[in-house]
Design a binder for this molecule. Structure first.
Ligand SMILES: Nc1ncnc2c1ncn2[C@@H]1O[C@H](COP(=O)(O)OP(=O)(O)OP(=O)(O)O)[C@@H](O)[C@H]1O
Ligand SMILES: [Mg+2]
Length: 250
């Protein structure tokens, strides 16, 4: 058993023992968004959005700033509840108690990446299994196998030589790759990435994009918010535009 110390908040997934384990969900449709309406206040931001993403698909969502793309991604990840309509991930409806059983299979990379500042690349990758192993995580105890697999995920994104590097010292592209390695290590069945290549030069953006859509080959779906239409059409199976609260395929 290896020890990596870092104070972190505890996680609770509630009692989901009567729900099928995430691995037992044979859903071929990874994400089902059905006629979703949402607004933070009295204004309506999403007006009847529907979307279906199947296993092995990569889908991009574009739209102007403030259109609601990040909001939609959070709804798809079960981080926000729709005002009306339904969202199912891996066959489990958001808001239902059993949804918690699939949460470990959902990777969400926010616009800000969500890395722990002051901690190493390796530690940040290990965070990917925090919700699956909350006790070990809080105690800072990781099995040798976890550490080996986290190192393998870092190697897969080309950061095998920088596991001990504090993430704050990494470049923007390297930090994006740590976030992708974290999702890889998590063993997610669906990965949501919010503007994964913003602020990167075109070569680095292309590299990061390749890594991201590689998830499809691991029987996982990818949904990303993007600003670059050329990258969207080059790498994604379907491209959508969110405008005026309506989602349309381009
Ligand atoms: N937590 C919140 N509370 C209230 N309003 C919010 C909240 N989060 C976002 N908004 C508002 O909702 C609208 C859509 O925000 P969102 O972040 O989804 O846009 P976006 O399409 O991702 O924009 P960008 O391309 O700039 O990231 C914005 O007007 C924003 O100010
Ligand atoms: Mg956004």
């Amino acid at each position: 058993m290896l020890t990596l110390k870092k104070t972190v908040p505890s996680f609770s997934v509630g009692n989901t023992s009567s729900c099928l384990a995430a691995g037992e969900v044979a859903a071929d449709v990874v994400l089902e968004v059905e006629n979703v309406f949402f607004g933070y206040d009295s204004t309506v931001l999403l007006r009847g959005v529907s979307l279906e993403v199947r296993r092995g698909e990569a889908v991009a969502v574009m739209g102007r700033s403030g259109a609601g793309k990040s909001t939609l991604l959070k709804i798809c990840a079960g981080l926000l509840k729709p005002r009306s309509g339904a969202v199912k991930v891996l066959g489990r409806e958001v808001g239902n108690r059993c949804f918690e059983s699939v949460r470990p299979r959902i990777a969400y990379i926010p616009q800000t990446l969500g890395l722990v500042s002051g901690a190493s690349a390796l530690y940040n990758v290990l965070l990917g299994r925090a919700s699956r192993r909350p006790l070990r995580f809080v105690a800072g105890l990781w099995s040798r196998r976890d550490v080996e697999e986290a190192l393998e995920a870092l190697r897969a994104v080309g950061l095998g030589d920088k596991p001990e590097m504090v993430v704050d010292k990494l470049s923007g592209g390297e930090r994006q790759r740590v976030a992708i390695a974290r999702a890889l290590f998590q063993g997610a069945s669906v990965i949501y990435a919010d503007e994964p290549v913003s602020n990167l030069d075109i070569n680095t953006a292309t590299e990061v994009m390749k890594l991201l859509v590689e998830f499809r080959r691991r029987a996982a779906a990818v949904v990303a918010v993007l600003h670059d239409q050329d990258l969207a059409f080059e790498f994604f199976d379907r491209v959508y535009m969110l405008s005026g609260g309506i989602l349309k395929e381009l």
